[in-house]
Design a protein around this ligand. Structure first.
Ligand code: NAD
Length: 302
């Protein structure tokens, strides 16, 4: 298949490489030319502009930082909607607000072009290993077209519902993850304050009702678990900045729908204080080593 892939960053580049490995023709574009060069080194083609990349493509993937980049890339002058084939399938994998996803999908529909929102879970490791989970919003028939390609980049592909529904699932999942990570950091710090060994504490809680992904798979305490960001200075992984972005999206979603999410908002405030303290670029599990962020939130709550 002829595929265009726009946004070749931490996630997009390894995803596009997996499509190349599966034998597809991939034309890549990134506003940072060096990123596109890295795709060319893996056997892909590059284009000088987004419109040139999508012009002949049967399927267009985008993996961009945030909603404003997605709006600009699709609906901006000379963008994807202006240049894509009328029979193309457009798949946005970025994490953005459901309302923005619906807006772009409606603009695509107005031109008769099929579009899916397909945000992912699984991080850079999942993108490299082709084991991502895709949460897809849009028509089932369009997902059936995309599925063989998504299965080259992920091992779980779920239809969530109508346009924007993939983004709703992603928002709910990451709000819960942020809350779980914050709670896991608190529980570990409390046990350590009593002199307990964090590895033993984690092992016992992992076989008890406090068990969760942050504790068992992504332990935030350095030295408890090999191979996780906490055991390599909180480098790599999923940044505090991206978690903060997702918690802000969840808070906006809660306001838009009139849903009370006090824990989600507190997690957002914790991560805001953590980022303000200089940890924006560190993995989000670094909240563990920042009790000052927790103290700042307590002071704010009074
Ligand atoms: P990134 O910043 O590494 O990559 C984004 C890339 O998009 C950059 O290379 C940037 O130059 C490029 N870009 C920006 N505007 C563009 C445009 N108009 N046209 C073409 N390229 C453009 O970000 P990332 O970590 O790859 O994340 C991408 C998306 O995936 C985000 O929405 C993020 O929330 C989501 N996500 C990330 C992770 C993760 O662990 N990193 C996990 C799940 C979801």
């Amino acid at each position: 298949m002829k595929i265009a892939f726009l946004g070749l960053g931490n996630m997009g580049l390894p995803m596009a490489r997996n499509l190349l490995k599966a034998g597809h023709e991939v034309v890549g574009f990134d506003v940072v030319a060096a990123q596109a060069t890295r795709l060319a080194e893996a056997g892909g083609k590059t284009a000088a502009a987004a419109g040139d990349a999508v012009a002949g493509a049967e399927v267009v993937f985008t993996m961009l930082p945030a909603g404003q980049h997605v709006l600009e890339a699709y609906a901006g002058p000379g963008g994807i909607l202006a240049r894509c084939r009328p029979d193309a399938l457009l798949v946005d994998c970025s994490t953005i607000a459901p309302a923005t996803a619906r807006e772009v999908a409606a603009a695509a529909r107005a031109r008769g072009v099929a579009m899916l929102d397909a945000p992912v879970s699984g991080g850079v490791g999942g993108a490299e290993g082709g084991t991502l989970t895709f949460m897809v919003g849009g028509a089932e028939a369009d997902l059936a077209r995309a599925r063989p390609l998504l299965e080259k980049m992920g091992k779980n592909v779920f239809h969530a519902g109508a346009p924007g529904a993939g983004q709703v699932v992603k928002m709910c999942n990451n709000m819960l993850l942020g809350i779980q990570m914050a709670g896991t950091c608190e529980a570990l710090r409390l046990g350590i304050a009593y002199g307990l060994d964090p590895a033993r504490l984690s092992e016992i809680m992992g076989k008890s009702s406090g068990r969760n992904w942050a504790l068992e798979v992504y332990n935030p305490c350095p030295g408890v678990m090999p191979g996780v960001p906490a055991s390599r200075g909180y480098s790599g992984g999923f940044s505090t900045a991206l978690m903060l972005k997702d918690l802000k999206l969840a808070a906006e979603g809660a306001t838009a729908t009139g849903t009370a999410t006090p824990l989600g908002r507190m997690a957002r405030d914790l991560y805001q204080a953590h980022a303000d303290g200089g940890a924006a670029g560190k993995d989000f599990s670094s909240l563990f080593e920042d009790p000052a962020a927790a103290a700042a939130l307590l002071a704010k709550l009074g």
